[in-house]
Design a protein around this ligand. Structure first.
Ligand code: 6GU
Length: 224
């Protein structure tokens, strides 16, 4: 899978996508991430990509021409399966969207800055608008990193059996059960007996029960 990310702050994206599972996915060539600097399509030698809003108001807006020219160039050989704009007014990201995106071949994520991008780019190019939650970030880069991480780990072959996504929170609309490692007792707190039985039936039943209990207590909305 290829994920291109169009940004005016490429430095914000480099590190979060170069570690752990995502690093290995890139090394195995299951995931290609290209961080692309929008200034390469700037309007002038000053690197301008934004302008004042029509109608007035504080804050700049990212202009159409650099974005349109960049997108046209980037899909000359192979069109994008999805062009995503990350924005606080998008649909809230979740595991189902991550699952769907992980099956695509080539996607573009556009990171907005300032007051966002000209509406006409959204009308003409964008196929999906995603927010990562009800709060405002300074730009779309950290949201893009969150989305790429959540998608990249789901690409077939990225996770081994031992880290299978099947046991993650949300994968079946349940939160994950508690987990324990050694020592078997810490400051008077013991690991639940069920996990120490070595009996897969008892262990699975305990995990299912705990996942359900946690979800009922913390996220009853997931059970609707
Ligand atoms: Cl996608 N972008 C920005 N700037 N802020 C956000 C967001 C995205 N999602 C939540 N807050």
């Amino acid at each position: 899978m290829q994920i291109d990310i169009l940004t005016v702050v490429p430095d914000l994206l480099a590190s979060p996508l170069s570690h752990s599972i995502i690093k290995r996915a890139r090394e195995k060539n299951l995931l290609q991430i290209n961080i692309i600097h929008l200034r390469d399509w700037a309007l002038n030698k000053y690197g301008q990509v934004d302008d004042y809003q029509f109608g007035g108001g504080a804050g700049m807006v990212m202009r159409c021409e650099p974005l349109a020219n960049a997108i046209d160039d980037l899909q000359k050989e192979q069109p994008y399966d999805e062009i995503i704009y990350v924005t606080p007014d998008g649909k809230q990201h979740n595991q189902q969207i991550a699952n769907e995106l992980s099956l695509k071949e080539k996607i573009l994520i556009i990171c907005g800055h300032y007051k966002g991008i000209d509406q006409r780019i959204r009308d003409l190019y964008v196929t999906k608008e995603i927010s990562i939650g009800d709060y405002v970030l300074s730009g779309g880069e950290l949201a893009a990193a969150v989305i790429v991480d959540s998608v990249g780990r789901l690409i077939p072959g990225v996770l081994g059996d031992e880290t299978s996504a099947l046991s993650d929170s949300f994968q079946d609309n349940l939160l994950a059960p508690p987990v324990y490692t050694r020592p078997a007792e810490f400051r008077g707190l013991k690991v639940p007996d069920e996990l120490m039985t070595g009996n897969p039936k008892i262990i699975d039943a305990w995990r299912d029960e705990q996942a359900l209990k946690r979800t009922e207590e913390r996220r009853p909305d997931l059970l609707q």
